[in-house]
Design a protein around this ligand. Structure first.
Ligand code: ZN
Length: 316
C-alpha cells in the first residue's frame, strides 16, 4: 500500500544555491521569504544549519507563530566555513522547518552527513543564564553535549587570552561567557526538533546550539554582520567541533598536493628496496656499478622514510 503524505504535512521551501556566503547575492537571499540557502565550503561531512533565521529586527517566523533566531545564518556560515563543510539556512520560513518533513530535512539530515549542527538563538535575560547552550536533544546523550560545551569553554579562554591586549573588552566578555551542555541545566534542549531526533536515529552526530543575542545582534552597524563577540564564539565552536571530531573535520582533502608526499613515500621505499635487492641478487641495474647502485638504493630508501614521516605527520 502506498501512503500518500497529505500536502500540508510536507513543508516546501525554494532551494537557493549560493557559491559564496560572503557575497551580496547571499545577503539578498537572506532577505527572501521561505528560501533554503545552500553553500558548500568543502567536502567534510558536516552540515551546519540555521533553521529559524530572520534579519535583525524581525521578531518572528512561521507567520508569527514562533520567534525568529536573528542572524543565526552568519554564525552558522562561519562555523560551516571553518569546518570546511556545508551551510544550510532557512530564511524567513513560512512554517517551522525543523519540526516538519520537507525541504529542510531533505537537504540536511536526509543527506546523511556524519555531523549535523543546528544553530539557534535564545532571548537571553535572567531565565537564560548560559550564553551558549549545547544539547544533543536527549538526556541520555548529555555527556556528549557536556563534552562539546567544555571544549567550547576552553576555546573561549584560549581566544580570550590571545586577544586580551588588543581587545580587552571582548576578551573579558569571552572569558565570562557561560557555556553549558548539561541537559538538566540548559533551558532549550531541542527535544522536539524532528531534525535532531531523525539525525540520531540515522546514526548522525547531532548538536543543537543556542546562542544569546549578544553574539548575534549588533546594536549598531549593518545588517550584514554580527558582533565581534559572535565571530569569536563561532571560531570557538568550530575549533571545539574539530577537536572533538578530528577524523571528520580535520580530514585532509584528496587534492594532489596532499597526495604528493604519500606518492613519494611509497615510491621511494619501493625503489630503494628494489635497488638494494637487485644488488643482493647480483642483478646489475643499467650501467650503474654495484657501489653506485647501493648508494642510490640507500638514498631512495632514506627519502622514502622521510616522505613517509611528513606524510603521516601531515595527516594527523
Ligand atoms: Zn531556533
Amino acid at each position: 500500500m502506498v501512503k500518500i503524505m497529505p500536502k500540508n504535512k510536507y513543508f516546501k521551501m525554494k532551494v537557493n544555491r549560493q557559491d559564496s556566503a560572503y557575497s551580496n547575492e547571499f545577503h539578498d537571499a537572506l532577505k527572501k521569504r521561505n528560501n533554503l540557502i545552500e553553500t558548500k565550503f568543502g567536502a567534510n561531512e558536516i552540515i551546519v544549519a540555521a533553521p529559524h533565521n530572520a534579519p535583525k529586527g524581525e521578531n518572528t517566523i512561521a507567520k508569527g507563530k514562533r520567534p525568529a533566531d536573528n542572524n543565526t545564518a552568519y554564525v552558522a556560515r562561519n562555523i560551516a566555513d571553518h569546518c570546511r563543510g556545508q551551510l544550510i539556512v532557512a530564511t524567513r520560513a513560512n512554517r517551522d522547518p525543523n519540526k516538519l518533513e520537507g525541504t529542510y530535512l531533505k537537504h540536511t539530515i536526509d543527506t546523511s552527513p556524519e555531523i549535523f549542527v543546528e544553530i539557534h538563538g535564545h532571548k537571553g535575560g535572567k531565565k537564560r543564564p548560559f550564553g551558549v547552550e549545547v544539547s544533543c536533544g536527549s538526556k541520555n546523550l548529555s555527556s556528549y553535549s557536556e563534552h562539546l560545551a567544555k571544549k567550547i569553554k576552553n576555546q573561549l579562554k584560549n581566544i580570550s587570552s590571545k586577544i586580551k591586549n588588543q581587545e580587552p573588552e571582548i576578551a573579558s566578555k569571552l572569558k565570562k561567557l557561560r557555556v553549558s551542555g548539561n541537559y538538566d541545566r540548559i533551558t532549550l534542549t531541542g527535544q522536539d526538533s524532528k531534525s535532531i531526533k531523525n539525525a540520531r536515529s540515522k546514526g548522525i552526530i547531532a548538536y543543537h546550539i543556542e546562542l544569546g543575542p549578544a553574539m548575534r545582534i549588533s546594536t549598531q552597524g549593518t545588517e550584514k554582520s554580527i558582533p565581534k563577540l559572535g565571530v569569536y564564539v563561532s571560531q570557538a565552536i568550530s575549533a571545539a567541533l574539530a577537536k572533538t571530531h578530528k577524523k571528520i573535520i580535520c580530514k585532509k582533502s584528496n587534492r594532489l598536493e596532499n597526495l604528493v608526499p604519500g606518492i613519494l613515500a611509497v615510491g621511494g621505499l619501493v625503489a630503494g628496496l628494489a635497488f638494494l635487492s637487485f644488488n643482493i641478487t647480483g642483478n646489475v641495474v643499467s650501467n650503474l656499478s654495484q657501489k653506485n647502485s647501493n648508494i642510490v638504493g640507500v638514498v631512495l630508501f632514506v627519502l622514502g622514510i622521510m616522505a613517509s614521516f611528513f606524510y603521516f605527520k601531515g595527516r594527523k
